[in-house]
Design a protein around this ligand. Structure first.
Ligand SMILES: *[C@@H]1O[C@H](CO)[C@@H](O)[C@H](O)[C@H]1NC(C)=O
Ligand SMILES: *[C@@H]1O[C@H](CO)[C@@H](O)[C@H](O)[C@H]1NC(C)=O
Ligand SMILES: *[C@@H]1O[C@H](CO)[C@@H](O)[C@H](O)[C@H]1NC(C)=O
Ligand SMILES: *[C@@H]1O[C@H](CO)[C@@H](O)[C@H](O)[C@H]1NC(C)=O
Length: 881
C-alpha cells in the first residue's frame, strides 16, 4: 500500500522551482514524524539516524550530554528527572490547570511555573526549560535531520495540531517553531492532514460530497473529524478535489497516555500487594513501570494475557506479574463511552447522520487498542470501518502535501482544503456613551461561531468618536483552567481621523475593524480604519452618508487569509499594526473586498484613514520577540557547547589513534618495516619516551584537556616522526624522479642530434631554419649541466644510508628536469620562418604541427613523430571545411 501511494504521488509532482524545500512535522505527545518535500527527492517519511520512521517525542540529558528520541526514551528510567516525555501536554497550559495535574500523574519530571504563568520543567541541576524550549529543541533536531538528508538549509515548516487546539496552544507551537530557527508556513489540523493524505490517491464523483470520518486515537486525546470530499471544476485550474471539514468532535481526557497510566496503576498495585512497598515513592521505579505499561499495552493488543517482568523495579526487588486484557479493560470501563462520543459530536456539528457517512478512517497509534476498535465498531458498524491509510504516517504525509501546495514551489494534485474553527469566538466592546454620565454598557457579539470556515474576515462597523477597545474571547473555556480572553485590541487615533475626514467634508465617518480567522486558526483584529463618505452635493451623496445602527457587522468570506499567526514575529514589526493583512505571506489569493468598497477605492477622494491597532495579551500571552530571542540564544548556547565538545572529542580520538599507530610502528621489532629501516635507534628511543609521556598524559588528563592541547601534543610527536617518514617517502619516489630526469636528458639529446643535421642540410640548401646554431648550443649547455648535476648527486645518494636524510630531494630533481624540458620545448614548437619560396605543402604541414604544439597539447616525447603530425593535419583540414 505504501509504495503505490508514494509512486502515484510522485507522478503528480513536478518541481516548479528548485530553491526551497518544505518540512512537515506531525508532533504527537508520544511520537513525532517528519517528511521533507524537496524537488527531485522521493516523497516519504524522514528517517532518523537509526533509520526509524517514528521518533519518540523525548529530549533529555545523560549528565551533560543531550539526547533525543529513542536514545532519550531509553535513558528515562536512569535519569527520571532529566528526561522529558510528553511535553506536548504542556503547551500553553496555565500552571494551575488540570492539564498540569494530569502531567504530574504520568511524569516524574519536576514541573515549575514560568514568568508567563505557563509551565517549565526543571533538570536535576536546577536548569529550567519552558515547554516551548523543549519542543523547539526537538524541532531543531528534526531540522538537522532534514538538512543533512537534503544537503541544504531547511526553513519552511508546516506542523500538525489537534483541531481542538486553542489559540494559546497554537501560539505555543509557533513559538517553538521560531525558537528552533524554522519558519511557520502553516499549522494544519491533524484530521484535515489525514484527509489530504486520503485524497491524494483517490478521485471523487462530482460536486455532491462523499463524507468520511477521520477517527484519530492519539496519545493525548481522541478526535473525530467529519470530512466531505467532492470533485469540483475550477475554470483556471481544472478539476480538483475539494476537502471540506464539516464537523469535529474530541475528548481531551482520553488517549493512549490515560490507558498507559491506568495499566501502570494495575502494575503498581500488584507490586504493592506482593511486596508491601509503594513503588510510587520511587521515581526510577515509576519511570521503569511507565515503559513497562507501554510494552504490556502493546502485548495486550494482540494477546489476552501478558507477563510483566521488571528487573530491580524498586527497593532492589525484581517484579513479575501477570496481567490479563480483561483486567485492563475493566479498569478502563468508564472510558468506553468517551472513545465514541467524539464521533457523535462531530456528526452533530456537521448536521449529518451515520447514514451519510461512507467510511470511518482509522488513524493514530491508539487505534490498535482492541477496546477502542471494539467501541468504534459497535458505534458505526463493521462495514464502515476503513483501515486504508497508514495509521502512523497519514497525517505527516498529508501535511507535507498541503505544505507543498501552500509554498507554491511544487505542482501538486489540485486539492482544496476548507477547514473550520471549532470554538465560538466573540468580540466585546464598550458601547459609545449616550450621555456623559451614563454607565458604560458593554456589547458582546458572536463573531466566528464554532464551525466557521478558516480564512474568513469579518468587518465590524462602529459609530465612535474616540479610541476604544475590542476584546476577543472564547465563549467558553476550552479546557479546565484555561482563560477565555484571547486578546484586547486598542483602536487608536479615532478622534484625529474623524476630525480629519469631517474637515474634508465627510458625513458621519465610522470606524471599521476587520477581524480575521486565519487558515491556521488564529483570530485577530487585523485592521482598523475610519471611513466616511466625502460630501457631495447630490441627493444620493447625502443619502449614502447615513448609517443605521451604532454598529453592524458584515462578513467577507474570502478564499483564504494568512496562514501564519497574526501576531508579532521577528520578521514583522513590534506592534500588530493595520498593515498585518497586506504584508501577510499568504499563498492564497488576496481577499476580494465587498463591491461597495471596490467602487470607493476607484473614487478619487481619499476617504479612509488607517488607525493603529495595539494588541495586548492579558492572559496566556504568546512569547514576545525578546523572550523568543532569549530562548533562541539559550538553545544556540547548548548547540555551541555540543559543537565544542564534539570537536574536542574528535581531537582526542584522533590523538589517541595516532598514539596507537605510532606505538605499533615502534613495536614492530621483528619486521624490517620502512619505518625501522629509515630511523636510527636514537630517534626511535626519543619517540618512545615522548609516546609514553603522551599516553600517560592522555589517561591522566585527557578528560579535562582542551582541543588545542591534543593538537599541540600531536604536533610535538609528529615533529619527531616526520623526518623518518620523509626518508622513506623519498626512497619510494626516487626511481621515478630519476627516470623522469633521464627521460628529458634523452629526449633533448635526440632532438639536438636531429636538429643539427637538419640545420646543416638547410644551410647547404639555402633554406630558412627554425633555429640558429647558438640556440642549439645553449640547449646543449643546459643539458650537459643537468646531466653532470644528476650524475654527481645520484652518485652521492648511493652512499647515503636508509636511516640518513637524503642528499638529493626528488622535488629538486623534478624542478631541474622541468627547466630542461621548458628550454627544449621553446625550440621544438618554434615555427619555420616564412620561406622565400616555400614548397606549399611542406609549409602547411609545418604550420599545422606548430599550431598543435602551441595550443598546449603536451607532447610525451621530443618532436612528435611525423606520422602523428600528418594525421593531425588531415583532421584539421577536415575541421576547417
Ligand atoms: C443524510 O441522510 C439523510 C437520510 O439518510 C438524507 O435525508 C440527507 O439528505 C443526507 N444528507 C446529506 C448531506 O447527504
Ligand atoms: C488628513 O490626513 C491626511 C493623510 O491621511 C493628511 O495628509 C492630511 O494632512 C490630514 N489633514 C488634516 C486636516 O489633518
Ligand atoms: C621509466 O619510464 C619508462 C617509460 O615511462 C618505463 O617503461 C620504466 O619502467 C620506468 N622505469 C622506472 C624505474 O620507473
Ligand atoms: C628534421 O627534418 C626532418 C625532414 O624534414 C623532419 O621530419 C624532422 O622533424 C626534422 N627534425 C627536427 C628536430 O626538426
Amino acid at each position: 500500500m505504501r509504495f503505490t501511494t508514494i509512486w502515484s504521488v510522485l507522478s503528480l509532482l513536478a518541481p516548479l522551482a528548485v530553491e526551497a524545500s518544505v518540512l512537515a512535522i506531525d508532533y504527537g505527545a508520544d511520537f513525532m514524524k517528519a517528511s521533507l518535500m524537496k524537488p527531485g527527492v522521493p516523497f516519504d517519511v524522514l528517517l532518523n539516524k537509526d533509520s526509524k520512521r517514528k521518533i519518540p517525542s523525548v529530549v533529555g540529558w545523560k549528565k551533560s550530554d543531550r539526547v533525543f528520541g529513542g536514545d532519550a526514551f531509553n535513558l528515562a528510567s536512569r535519569f527520571p528527572s532529566d528526561v522529558f516525555l510528553d511535553v506536548k501536554l504542556l503547551q500553553a497550559v496555565p500552571y494551575d490547570s488540570d492539564a498540569v495535574s494530569f502531567y504530574t500523574k504520568i511524569s516524574t519530571a519536576d514541573v515549575t511555573e514560568t514568568a508567563r504563568k505557563t509551565v517549565a520543567l526543571r533538570q536535576s541541576d536546577g536548569k529550567e526549560w519552558s515547554a516551548e524550549e523543549l519542543i523547539a529543541m526537538q524541532f531543531a533536531y528534526i531540522k538537522d535531520l532534514a538538512e543533512s538528508f537534503a544537503q541544504e538549509k531547511v526553513r519552511d515548516v508546516i506542523v500538525t495540531v489537534p483541531p481542538y487546539y486553542s489559540q494559546f496552544e497554537r501560539d505555543a507551537v509557533v513559538d517553538a517553531i521560531e525558537i528552533s530557527g524554522l519558519k511557520t508556513l502553516a499549522l494544519i489540523n491533524d484530521g484535515t492532514a489525514v484527509a489530504v493524505n486520503y485524497a491524494m490517491t483517490r478521485n471523487f464523483n462530482g460536486p455532491k460530497p462523499e463524507y468520511h470520518i477521520v477517527y484519530d486515537a492519539g496519545a493525548s486525546a481522541i478526535r473525530a473529524t467529519v470530512v466531505g470530499f467532492s470533485n469540483v471544476k475550477d475554470k483556471k485550474e481544472g478539476a480538483g478535489t475539494q476537502i471540506s471539514v464539516a464537523g469535529v468532535g474530541w475528548d481531551r481526557d482520553v488517549g493512549g497516555l490515560e490507558l498507559d497510566r491506568r495499566l501502570r496503576e494495575i502494575l503498581a498495585k500488584a507490586f504493592e500487594e506482593k511486596h508491601k512497598k509503594d513503588v510510587k515513592k520511587d521515581k526510577k521505579g515509576m519511570m521503569k513501570l511507565w515503559k513497562e505499561a507501554n510494552r504490556i499495552k502493546a502485548i495486550l493488543s494482540a494477546n489476552t494475557e501478558a507477563v510483566s517482568t521488571v528487573e530491580s523495579l524498586a527497593y532492589d526487588i525484581d517484579f513479575k506479574s501477570k496481567v490479563s486484557r480483561a483486567t485492563f479493560e475493566k479498569a478502563c470501563e468508564d472510558l468506553k463511552p468517551k472513545f465514541v462520543q467524539p464521533i457523535y459530536d462531530a456528526l452533530n456539528a456537521a448536521g449529518l447522520d451515520l447514514d451519510n457517512i461512507t467510511s470511518l478512517i482509522f488513524t493514530g497509534g491508539s487505534t490498535r487498542t482492541p477496546m477502542i476498535q471494539a467501541a468504534v465498531k459497535a458505534a458505526v458498524g463493521e462495514d464502515k470501518l476503513a483501515y486504508n491509510v497508514n495509521a502512523d504516517e497519514a497525517a505527516v504525509l498529508g501535511a507535507a502535501l498541503q505544505g507543498a501546495s501552500l509554498s507554491r514551489q511544487f505542482k501538486t494534485k489540485n486539492i482544496k482544503v476548507n477547514d473550520v474553527g471549532v470554538y465560538d469566538v466573540q468580540a466585546t466592546y464598550a458601547a459609545a456613551a449616550t450621555s456623559p454620565n451614563a454607565k458604560p454598557r458593554s456589547i458582546t457579539t458572536l463573531i466566528f461561531p464554532a464551525g466557521s470556515k478558516v480564512g474568513t474576515k469579518k468587518t465590524l462597523t462602529f459609530k465612535r468618536k474616540d479610541d476604544f477597545t475590542i476584546s476577543l474571547d472564547y465563549r467558553n473555556s476550552v479546557a479546565p483552567g484555561f482563560p477565555t480572553r484571547l486578546l484586547e485590541a486598542d483602536i487608536v487615533g479615532v478622534a484625529e481621523a474623524i476630525t480629519n475626514l469631517t474637515e474634508r467634508g465627510a458625513i458621519d465617518p465610522v470606524v471599521k475593524a476587520t477581524l480575521t480567522l486565519s487558515d491556521s486558526g488564529f483570530v485577530s483584529v487585523s485592521d482598523a480604519v475610519v471611513f466616511g463618505e466625502i460630501k457631495d452635493d447630490s441627493i444620493t451623496g447625502k443619502l449614502k452618508g447615513f448609517f443605521a445602527g451604532s454598529s453592524s457587522t458584515e462578513e467577507t468570506s474570502t478564499g483564504s487569509a494568512e496562514n501564519t499567526p497574526p501576531r508579532e514575529t521577528p520578521e514583522t514589526s513590534e506592534s500588530a499594526s493595520a498593515s498585518t493583512t497586506t504584508s501577510s505571506s499568504s499563498a492564497a489569493p488576496e481577499p476580494t473586498p465587498v463591491k461597495k468598497e471596490k467602487e470607493e477605492k476607484k473614487a478619487p477622494v481619499e476617504n479612509t484613514i488607517a488607525l493603529t491597532v495595539d494588541v495586548r495579551f492579558t492572559t496566556i500571552a504568546p512569547m514576545t520577540i525578546a523572550q523568543k530571542q532569549e530562548s533562541r540564544k539559550r538553545l544556540r548556547a547548548v548547540d555551541q557547547e555540543e559543537a565544542i565538545k564534539a570537536r574536542r572529542e574528535e581531537a582526542r580520538n584522533t590523538f589517541e589513534s595516532y598514539l596507537y599507530r605510532l606505538r605499533d610502528l615502534l613495536d614492530d621489532e621483528n619486521r624490517e618495516t620502512p619505518f625501522k629501516k629509515c630511523s636510527r635507534e636514537t630517534e626511535r628511543e626519543a619517540i618512545a619516551v615522548k609516546l609514553d609521556d603522551s599516553f600517560q598524559w592522555l589517561f591522566e588528563r585527557g578528560d579535562l584537556a582542551e582541543t588545542s592541547q591534543f593538537l599541540d601534543k600531536r604536533i610535538a610527536l609528529e615533529t619527531l616522526e616526520k623526518p623518518i617518514v620523509h626518508r622513506y617517502k623519498e626512497i619510494e619516489a626516487f626511481p621515478e624522479a630519476l627516470n623522469n630526469s633521464q627521460k628529458w636528458n634523452w629526449h633533448t639529446r635526440m632532438f639536438l642530434t636531429e636538429a643539427r643535421q637538419n640545420l646543416t642540410a638547410e644551410i647547404e640548401a639555402d633554406l630558412p631554419s627554425k633555429w640558429t646554431g647558438d640556440e642549439l648550443d645553449a640547449l646543449e649547455t643546459t643539458l650537459k649541466e643537468h646531466e653532470s648535476w644528476l650524475n654527481e648527486w645520484v652518485e652521492k645518494q648511493r652512499s647515503v644510508k636508509s636511516y640518513e636524510d637524503p642528499v638529493i630531494e626528488t622535488t629538486e630533481m623534478k624542478a631541474r628536469a622541468k627547466v630542461l624540458e621548458t628550454q627544449l620545448y621553446k625550440l621544438v614548437k618554434r615555427k619555420i620562418p616564412k620561406a622565400k619560396k616555400p614548397k606549399a605543402k611542406k609549409a602547411a604541414e609545418e604550420d599545422a604541427k606548430a599550431t598543435e604544439t602551441a595550443e598546449g597539447a603536451k607532447p610525451t616525447a621530443s618532436p612528435p613523430p611525423p606520422e602523428q603530425g600528418e594525421k593531425t593535419t588531415e583532421e584539421r583540414k577536415h575541421d576547417e571545411l
